[in-house]
Design a protein around this ligand. Structure first.
Ligand SMILES: [Zn+2]
Ligand SMILES: [Zn+2]
Length: 111
């Protein structure tokens, strides 16, 4: 049960401009609907920028710089992509990741 902020009267649910609203029976004041029961389901639009941030070891491989480095799995020097990622506290140096193009083995190395 909710009550009017203005006069303390009882609120009743009512449609206002096509949306659920609470209206005071005593003074006719509309109140903000903060009750879950009357909440109109909001369609949350997905932010397309969110998806671009997900880039651990999948997309955009070709954009990464590569270096010749020994891969422990291949047991020899291979072409390896590398990138930096801040995985710890921001005042510490970022971690360097390598990904072997031959076996796709990903490992990290601290500078
Ligand atoms: Zn009222
Ligand atoms: Zn390898």
């Amino acid at each position: 049960m909710e009550f009017c902020d203005e006069c303390g009267g009882m609120l009743v649910s009512e449609k206002k401009d096509g949306e659920a609203a609470m209206k005071c029976r005593s003074c006719g004041e509309y109140q903000d609907v903060d009750s879950e029961d009357f909440k109109v389901t909001e369609e949350k639009e997905e932010d397309p920028m969110d998806r671009l941030n997900v880039n651990e070891d999948g997309e955009e491989e070709s954009a990464r710089p590569t270096t010749q480095k020994e891969c422990k799995r291949c047991g020899k020097e291979t072409e390896q992509e590398w990138w930096l990622k801040q995985t710890r506290a921001s005042d510490e140096p970022p971690t360097r990741f390598y990904r072997c193009r031959k076996c796709s083995n990903v490992y990290k190395e601290y500078d």
